[in-house]
Ligand binder design. Structure first.
Ligand code: 5GP
Length: 202
C-alpha cells in the first residue's frame, strides 16, 4: 500500500497559505493536520476544526509524552502538531499537510528529512503591505515592523525544498498540486517496489 507524504507549508503571514492548504484538502487522500494551541480562540474559530484549544498544562504534558511532531512558541503562545494522527494518516496512504511557521518546519526537516517543505511567498512586499492594510486591523507602525519580520523569514528560504509565489491564487494552488504530484513520482524510496511489481508480472 502506498505511504502518504508529509508536506509542510509555511511563509510570512497574509501570504494566503491557509487558503492554499484548505483548497488542497479537497483532493482525495489529503489530510490537514489540526494543531494544539494554548492561545485563545478567535471569533469564528472552532475547537477541533481550526485548532485544539488546550491549557498550558495539557500542552506541557503532550511535550513530555513526546506527542508532538514539532512544537514552537510564537509571540507567547504555544503551538504543536500532534504526532499520532499525522503518522496514522500517512500510514493509511494519505498526504498530510501542515501549515506551520518556520521554527516548526525546520524541526520537521531535521526529524523527518523525507518531509517536503514548501515556502509560500507574496508577489512583493508592497503587495503584502496592501493586503494587510485592506484587513484594516494593524497600524502603519505594526505593518512596518511586520515587513521587517517578513524579510528575516524570507531569508530562511534556502532551507526549503520548494517555493511558490501566491500572486494568482488558482495558479498557486495548481503549483502546489504539481509539487505534490512530482514528489510522488520520485524514484527515491519507491524504485525497488516498482521493479518488484514488474518482475512479479512476468
Ligand atoms: P495563529 O495564532 O495566527 O493562528 O498562528 C500563528 C502562527 O503559528 C502561524 O504562522 C501558523 O502557521 C503557526 N502555527 C499554527 N499551528 C502550528 C503548529 O502546530 N506548529 C507551529 N510550529 N506553528 C504553527
Amino acid at each position: 500500500m502506498k505511504q502518504g507524504k508529509l508536506f509542510v507549508f509555511s511563509g510570512p503571514s497574509a501570504t494566503g497559505k491557509g487558503t492554499i492548504c484548505r483548497e488542497l484538502l479537497k483532493d482525495p487522500d489529503t489530510w490537514l493536520s489540526v494543531s494544539l494551541t494554548t492561545r485563545a480562540p478567535r471569533e469564528g474559530e472552532e475547537h477541533g476544526v481550526h485548532y485544539y484549544f488546550v491549557t498550558r498544562e495539557e500542552y506541557d504534558r503532550t511535550v513530555e509524552e513526546d506527542g508532538f511532531l514539532e512544537h514552537a512558541e510564537i509571540y507567547g503562545n504555544c503551538y504543536g502538531t500532534p504526532k499520532r494522527y499525522a503518522l496514522e494518516h500517512m500510514a493509511a496512504g494519505e498526504d498530510v499537510i501542515l501549515e506551520i511557521e518556520m521554527q516548526g518546519a525546520l524541526q520537521i526537516k531535521k526529524a523527518y528529512p523525507e518531509a517536503v517543505l514548501i515556502f509560500v511567498l507574496p508577489p512583493s512586499l508592497k503587495e503584502l503591505q496592501n493586503r494587510i492594510r485592506k484587513r484594516g486591523s494593524e497600524s502603519e507602525e505594526q505593518i512596518a515592523a511586520r515587513m521587517k519580520t517578513t524579510l528575516s523569514e524570507i531569508e530562511l528560504l534556502p532551507e526549503y525544498d520548494y517555493f511558490l509565489v501566491n500572486d494568482d491564487l488558482d495558479e498557486a494552488i495548481a503549483t502546489a498540486r504539481s509539487i505534490m504530484k512530482a514528489e510522488h513520482c520520485k524514484t527515491a524510496g519507491t524504485a525497488q517496489a516498482l521493479i518488484d511489481k514488474y518482475k512479479e508480472e512476468r
